[in-house]
Design a protein around this ligand. Structure first.
Ligand code: ATP
Ligand code: MG
Length: 256
């Protein structure tokens, strides 16, 4: 089976800053590849390359077997790579269903906006993902952060994305909402999409992911299939092992 995405020894510099160097991973249909790492690790740089925002200057990037260098996000989208950014490109005062289409609304045969159809399609797409919104006419700004992420995921699935990239979708969420978003990540996976999930939190990553790519200062600290690493070891590696032990030492005696 050809991977949806395959990067090999990929690298990117911004002027003299090496943001990413020598990183390799795959994204397969029906699987979640999780990218973990601390601030400045290169996570966003990696997904911006996949999403067509930036171009790599080292290594190889293949989409369904074809060597690729996207020159715009539009090109990535045309190849079925959809990205949901942390800040979400939503218009808060616009209704949920208009946000769902954002420019590709259905029209009547006379070319007018078909509101009824738009609302129906949105309602159906959301309910297919198990998202039950009372009213798709309500402004998207009235939804919780978690619900907005869910609408964005349902949107990518509806418009036929093959790869869904999520940049820290659970970062700003409470435990319960993070759980809901992760449930939809699992649903997108089970519908056959390849998912790239970026997170700081190994506890969010572990249940849904098939493989883990750990980045640190632009380099791969490790790359594991799920059966190669347990949650404790993943957490330890994330925290930088020795660094964590040093921190524990520092914190000894500060408990109340
Ligand atoms: N446009 C840019 N110009 C110059 N340097 C950049 C640019 N974008 C990122 N960098 C640098 O590249 C490195 C990796 O940044 P990146 O945004 O990929 O990290 P990240 O893992 O997404 O971090 P965070 O968790 O804070 O979002 C950092 O040192 C950053 O300062
Ligand atoms: Mg980032």
């Amino acid at each position: 089976m050809t991977s949806l995405i395959e990067v090999e020894n990929i690298g990117k510099t911004y002027g003299s800053v090496i943001a990413l160097s020598d990183v390799s991973t795959v994204v397969n249909a029906g699987e979640v590849t999780c990218v973990l790492g601390d601030n400045g690790a290169g996570k966003s740089t990696l997904i911006k390359i996949l999403a067509g925002v930036h171009q790599h200057d080292q290594g190889s990037f293949k989409v369904e077997g074809d060597e690729i260098k996207f020159s715009s996000p539009r090109e990535a989208l045309d190849r079925g790579i959809a990205t949901v950014y942390q800040d979400l490109a939503v218009v808060p005062l616009m209704s949920v269903w208009r946000n769902f289409f954002l420019g590709s609304e259905p029209t009547t045969k006379f070319g007018f906006l078909d509101r009824k159809k738009g609302r129906e399609i949105t309602k159906k797409a959301l309910s297919d993902m198990g998202i039950d919104l009372r009213d798709v006419e309500q402004p998207v700004g009235t939804l919780s952060g978690g619900e907005r992420q869910c609408v964005a995921i349902a949107r990518a699935v509806h418009f036929g994305a093959k790869v869904l990239i999520l940049d820290e979708p659970t970062a700003a969420l409470g435990v319960k909402q993070a759980g809901v978003v992760l449930k939809y990540v699992a649903q997108a996976r089970d519908r056959g999409l390849g998912v790239v999930l970026i997170t700081h939190n190994p506890h969010h990553a572990y249940p849904v992911a098939n493989r883990f790519l750990l980045l640190k200062r632009g380099r791969a600290l490790g790359s594991y299939e799920k059966n190669e690493i347990d949650i404790n070891e993943l957490t330890r590696q994330m925290a930088g092992g020795a660094e964590l032990e040093a921190l524990e030492h520092e914190l000894r005696g500060v408990e109340a």
